[in-house]
Design a protein around this ligand. Structure first.
Ligand SMILES: CC(C)(COP(=O)(O)OP(=O)(O)OC[C@H]1O[C@@H](n2cnc3c(N)ncnc32)[C@H](O)[C@@H]1OP(=O)(O)O)[C@@H](O)C(=O)NCCC(=O)NCCS
Length: 278
């Protein structure tokens, strides 16, 4: 059976058996990024030819996102056509946008000239996060401190999510506030969790069930609370809330999170390049 790369966003776990790890990772990411098109009420999610665009309604490039929806198997100008479609889409809406490219969607000859093609469309590479896959979480190697895990479900948890995003990911507060505090933002697949210590919000994570796996996004801990086990503790607690039994998880890692994720059972399965308008 041919693996399906596009299609339904939430499918039973056994469907994932027909997909390779990179396909699970990039399809889960596409589901997750819809959040930014739906969060503010002034953006949208738009299907393009071979790609998809999420416009947040804000002049903030990393929240205005385009992704491929299927692979490019021959060097016939398809990459340029899809970049042109994304560029046309954003041109009338914003000057600032980004493109998340899963390298495994490109055949080697196309991959070799991708950087130049993106450059020609005014985009430069800003990061190369590994796409990671874990069949299930490994047990913790040390006792973890207590952390209360609260689902984002009211004004206080929405504000806490925005505030911790601002600090942990260095995103302007006005932008984080516009994206994470509307009630409508949390009505889709993107489920947020806030970790509290002695009643104070100190960490966040978002989880997305899609493509037969649970995607981990936005794990962040306030600097003063880092390296004490709260990040791992919140992630484990949130996963336990979303999964009835152990199952596959995926994520894209930053450098600072990488060794934590390796210890928890994640392995490199693909590579992404994030391009941002110059
Ligand atoms: C990545 C991040 C979420 C980790 O949060 P955290 O609360 O510090 O996570 P933990 O404390 O569970 O683990 C972090 C490290 O502290 C270590 N640690 C945890 N408890 C410890 C203890 N009691 N004694 C010594 N070391 C400890 C862990 O082993 C881990 O080390 P490692 O990175 O070398 O594997 C945090 O650094 C952050 O917010 N970074 C910025 C945002 C970001 O990049 N997020 C990742 C998105 S993919």
């Amino acid at each position: 059976m041919e693996p399906r790369v596009t299609g339904d966003r939430c499918r039973p776990r056994d469907v994932a058996l027909t997909m390779s790890e990179f396909q699970i990772i990039e399809e889960n990411l596409r589901s997750a990024m819809r959040f930014f098109g739906q969060a503010t009420g002034s953006g949208e999610v738009r299907s393009l030819e071979g790609a998809i665009a999420m416009f947040s309604g804000l002049e903030y490039g990393v929240f205005n996102i385009a992704l491929l929806t299927r692979g490019i198997t021959s060097d016939n100008g398809s990459l340029e056509a899809r970049l042109a479609a994304a560029a046309r889409y954003f041109k009338t809406r914003t000057l600032r946008w980004s493109f998340w490219l899963c390298e495994d969607l490109l055949d080697p000859p196309v991959r070799r000239r991708a950087r130049q093609a993106f450059f020609d469309f005014g985009l430069r590479a800003i990061s190369h996060p590994p796409g990671m896959f874990a069949p299930a979480l490994l047990p913790s190697v040390r006792p973890l401190p207590a952390i209360e895990c609260r689902r984002v479900a009211d004004e206080a948890t929405r504000k806490a999510f925005a505030e911790i995003t601002t600090v942990a990911f260095e995103i302007p507060y006005t932008v984080a506030y516009a994206v994470y505090t509307p009630e409508r933002a949390w009505k889709g697949d993107y489920q947020g969790f806030v970790g509290l210590v002695d009643g104070r919000p100190v960490a966040i994570v978002a989880l997305v069930a899609a493509a037969g796996a649970l995607g981990v996004y936005s794990l962040g801990t306030l600097p003063a609370y880092r390296r004490q086990g709260y990040g791992e503790g919140l992630l484990r607690a949130a996963v336990a809330e979303m999964q009835q039994r152990p199952g596959p998880l995926i994520l894209q890692s930053t450098e600072i999170g990488y060794s934590l994720y390796r210890r928890m059972g994640f392995r490199d399965a693909t590579k992404f390049t994030v391009y941002l308008t110059k």
